[in-house]
Structure formats: structure tokens, C-alpha cells
Design a protein around this ligand. Sequence first.
Ligand code: CTP
Ligand SMILES: C[C@](O)(CO)[C@H](O)COP(=O)(O)O
Length: 229
Amino acid sequence: MEYKAIVLAAGQGKRMNAGKNKQWIELEGMPVIAHTIKVFENDPWCSGIILVGNEREMRLLEEFRQFYGYKKIENIVPGGKERQDSVYEGLKALDDDGLVLIHDGARPFVAEKDIHSLAEKADETGAAVLAVPVKDTIKHIKEGQVTHTMDRSSLWAAQTPQAFRLSVIKKFHTRAAADGWLGTDDASLAEKYGEAVAVVEGDYRNIKLTTADDLLFAKAILRERQEEQ
Ligand SMILES: Nc1ccn([C@@H]2O[C@H](COP(=O)(O)OP(=O)(O)OP(=O)(O)O)[C@@H](O)[C@H]2O)c(=O)n1
Ligand SMILES: C[C@](O)(CO)[C@H](O)COP(=O)(O)O
């Protein structure tokens, strides 16, 4: 089994409010993006990585690739305004059909075993996402008032990687661009255009570093890993 990975690092990290792209925040002396890329660099199933970065950080990313000796990064391409635009730029850099895993650079703690379960499921079904059941009760709010409470038994929080046959997800991104339709994840494009999406239960540690408090959890996860070694 093999796959190509698209790793997304072209956001601005506004909610992190760190004064820089959150991908460069250091955790245990390594930037977030290094932790993330390392997972795929070390995975024998990963045959190549497309790194999608900020247009003004292309040189920095090339230096990053050289410094860490990440040989699987086969291309570094500039992203777009929205996450979806950046994914599309990454897809355009791939032409051989097969399995593609699209992953947030801001999710450095994805486990190889979960990546493999996801890849196997997507190879079988054509599209699959990692997700975890929500633990809180989710309310629908309008103008500061609860309108209704969602049935929690069917609510899952989608993570990344999200895995697809390359030809299929590329087609959906092309259609979404033509339709001017924007989703917050790639699976929503597949859902919109009629592709069944399977779910593989992931791990609550596969967090997306979005706001400063997520860094507290990140440090705890890294401490737990050190204690396990
Ligand atoms: N135009 C964009 C927007 C986001 N991303 C990437 O998609 C992942 C998930 O996005 P998010 O967590 O929202 O990152 P940011 O957009 O940087 O965060 P913010 O919305 O707080 O600015 C991140 O790894 C981010 O770098 C991207 O490649 N291109
Ligand atoms: C793709 C994603 O990580 C799935 O949960 C999420 O939708 C990204 O959202 P963001 O606002 O672009 O971080």
C-alpha cells in the first residue's frame, strides 16, 4: 500500500495570534511543521509529499527541507487564499493517480497506525476521513439563544488526513472551483458531489493547533511520548 501526502502549511495562523505562521512555533526545539512532516517522512507507505506553503515563505520552506533532510518532499508549492485553494494547488502538483492523503500541517500528532487504517479504508471505498465522536453536547445557537440541541450520538469531529483516490478528489475540487463552492474540509466536497465518505475512528490526540490553549495540550502529548520511551 502506498500513498502521496499533501501537507498544508499556507495559512496565517490568525487564531493562534502568535505573530507568525503557527507552523513555525517550536515544540521541543522543532517547528510544528517539522513534527508533522516527520510522520510522513518516516512512514514507509508514504511515497512522496507535496508541501503547500505561504507564497512569501517559499525560500524559508526550501531551507527547512534542506535543514531537516526531508527527502520525500518532492515539491513545495504556494497555497491560496482559503484552505481549499491550497489543497487544489497541492492536487495540481500530482499527476499519477492513486491514493492521496490531505493533511493539515497544524496537526503534528497523527499516529502512523491511524494513517494506515485510513489509507486501507480509502483504498477499499474511495474516500475516508479520520474522526472522533464529540464528547460535549452540541447546541445550535442563533442570536445568543439555543435553538436546538444536536443529537450527539451521530456527531463526530472530522480530523485529517482525509484520504481519496486522486482522480476523484481532483475532479471534485475542479467542480467546486467552477461552482464557487467552499467547504471547510475536503470530504465535504466529496459529499456535495455524491461520493460516499467512510469514517475511521482516530485519536483525540490528533489535535489541530488552532488557538494558544491547544499548545498546552500539545506539550502534554509530547511529555506523554517522552515518558513512554
Ligand atoms: N489558505 C490556507 C488556510 C489554511 N491552510 C492550512 O490548513 C490547515 C488548517 O487550517 P487552520 O488551522 O485554519 O490554519 P490557519 O488558516 O493558518 O488558521 P487561522 O484560520 O487561525 O488563520 C493549516 O495547517 C493551515 O496552514 C492552508 O494551507 N492554506
Ligand atoms: C480540515 C479540518 O481540519 C477538519 O476538521 C478543519 O475543517 C480545518 O478547519 P480550519 O478552520 O481550516 O482550520
